[in-house]
Ligand binder design. Sequence first.
Ligand SMILES: Cc1cc2nc3c(=O)[nH]c(=O)nc-3n(C[C@H](O)[C@H](O)[C@H](O)COP(=O)(O)OP(=O)(O)OC[C@H]3O[C@@H](n4cnc5c(N)ncnc54)[C@H](O)[C@@H]3O)c2cc1C
Length: 385
Amino acid sequence: MKSDIILAGAGLASSLIALALRRARPDLSVLLLDTAPGPSDAHTWSFHDPDIPAAWHKALAPAKRGDWPDQEVRFPAHSRRLRAGYNSIDGAGLARLVAEAGAQVIHDATVTDLGAGHALLLDGRRFEAPCIIDGRGAQPGPHLVTGYQKFVGIEIECDAPHGVQRPVIMDATVPQRDGYRFIYLLPFSPTRILIEDTRYSDGADLQDAKLARASHDYAAAQGWTGREVRRERGILPIALAHDAAGFWRQRAEGPVPVGLRAGFFHPVTGYSLPVAVEVADLIAAQSDLKTGAVRRAVRDFALARAHQDRFLRLLNRMLFRGCPGPERYRLLQRFYCLPEPVIERFYAGRLTWADRLRIVTGKPPIPIRRALRCLPEKPLLKGDT
Ligand SMILES: Cc1cc2nc3c(=O)[nH]c(=O)nc-3n(C[C@H](O)[C@H](O)[C@H](O)COP(=O)(O)OP(=O)(O)OC[C@H]3O[C@@H](n4cnc5c(N)ncnc54)[C@H](O)[C@@H]3O)c2cc1C
């Protein structure tokens, strides 16, 4: 069976590429293969207004579960309302957009072998295309050293209005445990709210029951009673060191990795929607849609992005390696005192040199000697780098 382009995995990165391709080139046949039995409700993907261009806001609007004019952070020393709008899309909405765009999605399709021109499924079916893209999600490797953002979110339908007016992207007034801890709140309706207990930790072990209970306890402390209607969990990589050149040397053949598989995520937040949008636009703009040409374009983008993200990885090393767990919130507390345009450019991955200076100057939140120890990135990388 032949298509113009095959995307292995029908998650966030692949879906956005499919949307961009079908919008730019409606003549192309785009096929997505996913192991899951159907679209999942296990995700809500959120982003700040300035993270993506206006055309993408328009394109994603029908998939939105939430669209708020502002947001808020809370720390022991200060709380702040931030002017940037916040948005959430969900898996079902994104899948609907992909189908409406005319891309074909096959579920229950586990890819066992993926080459530069073919995809082979567990059940023996074989598909061919001149362009093969691999968006099957994160795959740990020696070129990326990470800490972790771990969370369990419970969505509850409250018995009475919860009173939360806007997303609280960090409520760090809670007791600090297992690294930097905060609660993330998304009020989807006056009575529906997602409560996510989140930890920036050194280890990837996620105790689901414990974090879910902590989210329920938070709800109870606010006086919210109701019924849990959905749960989500995540263990997101937080990049401490990245050897993108080494990674791409090992991907000189075969399919083109995208999404988390290619290390495309914001190093500090682990969120990937904004960079996935950029990669989707990049691929859709290619005149030569063959695996080799697309690989060159995506690799060049990846190398430039990894270079640009060096500063963000340094911040992570300071957070994870320079700061004891219970003290980590102080770095974030200080960051959220900065002018809003700096905060917005930080999330969108567009920090200027002046922004970087602004973030690190002033009274250091960690002792200077400890901060200096965090500077070098290379010693963290092992193996083929
Ligand atoms: C619960 C949760 C919430 C998150 N919230 C946000 C957020 O709000 N904003 C944000 O920007 N980021 C968020 N992230 C982080 C990140 O953006 C997501 O993990 C994102 O989905 C990564 O995109 P991806 O396309 O690389 O992988 P995925 O979206 O995970 O897609 C991978 C797909 O590949 C499929 N697959 C895997 N193996 C195979 C195989 N062998 N054959 C066929 N298919 C296969 C999977 O079924 C899956 O559908 C969240 C992550 C999680 C887990």
